[in-house]
Design a protein around this ligand. Structure first.
Ligand code: XMP
Length: 322
């Protein structure tokens, strides 16, 4: 299925919202629909479009996969409660960590560790339980483009890879923002009344912190990269960068702590200037700020002895590590 891009300059927000609300109503008919809210701008926009279209015939779930940022579930539930959208949190941590166990290959991680569990195990069950026919999700134009080009298997690309979701998982998938890139999604989010902390939020990948652990993803490693993420987000948030993140490397290195050898972890900090994630350059972060970020990471994240800053551009680098 070919998708045409809606350029930002051609976007009429009111018309877009009206059209998508109508499309959702028509596609869902008298049935129920579910949607997956991760808290990112894409799924937040789809949640509000679908809520506008379906009211209480929409069931919104936040999947706690164990891979999200610190206190994310509570925060998202509270923000959407303010907007009048009830969100149910589903604890699927065991399923995701079970599936990710032993996987080190990046594409296998995305496919078997995330996509299969998310669509088949978690949503297959939820959709069947509430007798819904449709899953709504926030796939955007860049997700499709990168996957179709064979660059990276974005976790949410299904139809464009020839997957018949009704046959594979038992439900139809609707993707109301599939023609938009991130800047356009933000404009629609603002028009729909999302708070700025959501519509201006830096992007966060669907497979979440699993894309930021090199090698096998375990609860212990995710805890480390989560703690480093908290520091990086707090320190780099005022630079106006497109996205900033922490990566946990698989290799350990020799360090020195309290006068003793400490064979410890390495964290890589990345901070990107970009408009749409297709190309990106490393942000010129003041050295003092990098030093302060590193000092906090080695002090606050247990076992980290080395912090590096990525200075390569995309391409050939990518924004995430996996
Ligand atoms: P890369 O790493 O491909 O990332 O340069 C480009 C943008 O996409 C985000 N990203 C994802 N988002 N599912 C998503 O929803 C995914 O599987 C995925 N992989 C990467 C990444 O954070 C960046 O903004």
């Amino acid at each position: 299925m070919k998708v045409a891009e809606t350029q930002l300059q051609d976007l009429d927000t009111d018309v877009f919202i009206k059209d998508q609300v109508k499309n959702i109503r028509e596609a869902v008919g008298d049935d129920l629909a579910v949607n997956a809210l991760s808290g990112g701008v894409d799924s937040a926009v789809v949640t509000l479009l679908a809520h506008r279209a379906l009211g209480d015939r929409l069931k919104t779930y936040f999947i706690e996969n164990g891979l999200m940022r610190e206190a994310e579930a509570e925060r998202i539930v509270a923000i959407f409660a303010e907007l009048g959208v009830p969100v149910e949190v589903i604890d699927a941590r065991e399923q995701f960590f079970g599936a990710l166990k032993g996987i080190t290959d990046p594409e296998e991680k995305r496919d078997k560790g995330i996509t299969e569990v998310f669509y088949k195990d978690v949503f297959g069950k939820l959709v069947a339980e509430c007798k819904a026919k449709v899953l709504l999700q926030g796939t955007n134009y860049t997700d499709v483009e990168e996957t179709v080009a064979g660059i990276k298997r974005q976790h949410n690309i299904l139809a464009q890879l020839g997957i018949d979701t009704e046959q594979a998982y038992g439900y139809k998938v609707l993707e109301p923002i599939i023609s938009l890139r991130k800047p356009a999604v933000r404009v629609v989010g603002e028009a729909l009344g999302l708070p700025e902390e959501i519509f201006a939020r830096p992007p966060f990948p669907g497979p979440a912190l699993a894309t930021r652990v090199i090698g096998e993803v375990t609860p212990e490693k995710v805890a480390l990269v989560r703690a480093a993420t908290t520091v990086v987000e707090a320190e780099l948030c005022d630079l106006g960068a497109f996205q900033y993140l922490a990566i946990l490397h698989e290799d350990k290195v020799t360090g020195l702590r309290d006068g003793k050898r400490d064979f410890g972890h390495q964290i890589e900090v990345r901070c990107w200037d970009s408009t749409d994630a297709v190309t990106a350059t490393p942000t010129d972060v003041p050295f003092e700020l990098l030093r302060r970020t590193a000092d906090r990471i080695v002090a606050e994240v247990p076992g980290v002895v080395s912090v590096t800053y990525n200075i390569a551009s995309k391409p050939p680098s990518c924004i995430e590590a996996v």
